[in-house]
Design a protein around this ligand. Structure first.
Ligand SMILES: [Zn+2]
Ligand SMILES: [Zn+2]
Length: 320
C-alpha cells in the first residue's frame, strides 16, 4: 500500500526569473507524479503539493537544493493527494495578493522590515510582560473578515476585509491609527500573510508590530483552546472548519435564526464565492437560496440569472 502525504510551505527570497522557476517546478512535479498548487513570484514561492510519500520527499529535497529556497520549512500533513484536482504552477506579481507588489521588499533572509516573529510561547510572554506594565497587547487578524466569524484571538481587531486587497484601504483609512504606538500581534492561518502584512503596517507607522510565527495552526498545536485563541479555524478545503479540541467555543451565528454554528455554506449561485453560516436546522436554505449580493444582482439583471456576481470563482484549496 502506498502512503500519500501533503506538504505546505512558503519561502520569501528574491527570484530573478520566476518563469524559469515555474518551468522547473512544473517539470519536477510531473516527473514525480505530484499534484497541487504552487505560486511563484519575484518575492519567492508558496505551495501545497501532494502525492506518494517517497515522491514528496524527493520533491522537498530538490526544491531545497535551489539556493534561494535553501532552509524552506515544509509542513507535512497526512491528507490525501486526491483532494487536488490537478497541478497548477503559476507566476504572480505577489505570493499573497495585497495588490502592492512594489511595496514588498525581499532579501535572502525574507521580507524586509516585517514584524518580529513570535513563537506561541513568546506571544504569552509578551502579553504577560506588557500586562505587568499596564499595557494591553492587541491581536490583529490578517485574514478575510469572514474567517474570523467562527474563530479569532481574544478581543482581536478584525479589519473589514472581503479580499486581501482590502487591507491596504483599511490600513490607510485611519481606523487603526490608535494602535500605531501600541504593541500589535498580527496573525493568520499559516503565517505567510503576516510576513507581508506586518511589513506593510510598519511601513505605515505602526511602531511595535509582531507576527505569530507559524500562524494559528502552530498556535493551536501548542495551546489548543487553553490560550488566547477562541473558536474554530476556517480552513481552505472541503471541511471549511476545524477545531483544536473538544473545548472549542462556537462563535459563529446562523444568518437565518442566529443559532450558534461554525458551518459555512456556499451561495446557491454556482458562480458565487460567498460563504455564509447556517445552523443544522437551517442548512436546507443555502442549497436553494442565493446570498444577498446575488439576489440583488438577479433582480437588477433578470436576463442573466446564472452568472455569478463580480465574476468571482469559488474558493479553492490554497495554503494561504
Ligand atoms: Zn439557523
Ligand atoms: Zn452569491
Amino acid at each position: 500500500m502506498t502512503q500519500s502525504r501533503i506538504v505546505l510551505y512558503y519561502k520569501f527570497a528574491p527570484i530573478k526569473d520566476p518563469e524559469a522557476v515555474k518551468l522547473w517546478q512544473q517539470a519536477l512535479c510531473r516527473e514525480l507524479g505530484l499534484l497541487g498548487r504552487i505560486i511563484i513570484s519575484e518575492h519567492g514561492i508558496n505551495g501545497t503539493v501532494g502525492g506518494e510519500l517517497s515522491a514528496v520527499k524527493k520533491y522537498v529535497k530538490q526544491t531545497r537544493s535551489y539556493t534561494p529556497f535553501r532552509g524552506t520549512e515544509f509542513k507535512w500533513s497526512e491528507g490525501e493527494a486526491d483532494q487536488f484536482p490537478r497541478l497548477s504552477v503559476k507566476v504572480r506579481p505577489e505570493l499573497v495578493a495585497f495588490g502592492v507588489p512594489e511595496q514588498v521588499k525581499v532579501n535572502a533572509e525574507g521580507v524586509v522590515g516585517g514584524g518580529e516573529h513570535l513563537k506561541p510561547e513568546q506571544v504569552h510572554e509578551l502579553v504577560e510582560a506588557k500586562q505587568s506594565e499596564g499595557i494591553e497587547v492587541t491581536f490583529f487578524d490578517g485574514r478575510n473578515a469572514m474567517e474570523a466569524q467562527i474563530g479569532r484571538f481574544k478581543n482581536a481587531v478584525v479589519p473589514e476585509t472581503e479580499t486581501t486587497r482590502d487591507f491596504i484601504t483599511e490600513l490607510d483609512s485611519g481606523k487603526y491609527d490608535h494602535l500605531k504606538d501600541q504593541p500589535v500581534v498580527t496573525y493568520c492561518t499559516g503565517g505567510i500573510r503576516c510576513e507581508v502584512l506586518s511589513a506593510l503596517m510598519k511601513d505605515r507607522g505602526f511602531e511595535e508590530v509582531y507576527q505569530l510565527d507559524g500562524g494559528i495552526v502552530r498556535y493551536g498545536e501548542t495551546y489548543q483552546d487553553s490560550g488566547y485563541w477562541e473558536g474554530e479555524l476556517y480552513v481552505f478545503d472541503g471541511r471549511m472548519n476545524t477545531r483544536f479540541s473538544g473545548d472549542a467555543k462556537t462563535l459563529g451565528e446562523c444568518v437565518n435564526c442566529a443559532a450558534a454554528t461554525s458551518r459555512f455554506h456556499n451561495c446557491a449561485d454556482r458562480g458565487c464565492s460567498t460563504l455564509q453560516l447556517y445552523c443544522e436546522d437551517c442548512s436546507h436554505i443555502p442549497a436553494s437560496t442565493r446570498c444577498a449580493g446575488c439576489t440583488a444582482r438577479v433582480k437588477a439583471e433578470p436576463e442573466h440569472p446564472n452568472q455569478g456576481h463580480l465574476g468571482k470563482k469559488r474558493r479553492r484549496l490554497t495554503s494561504a
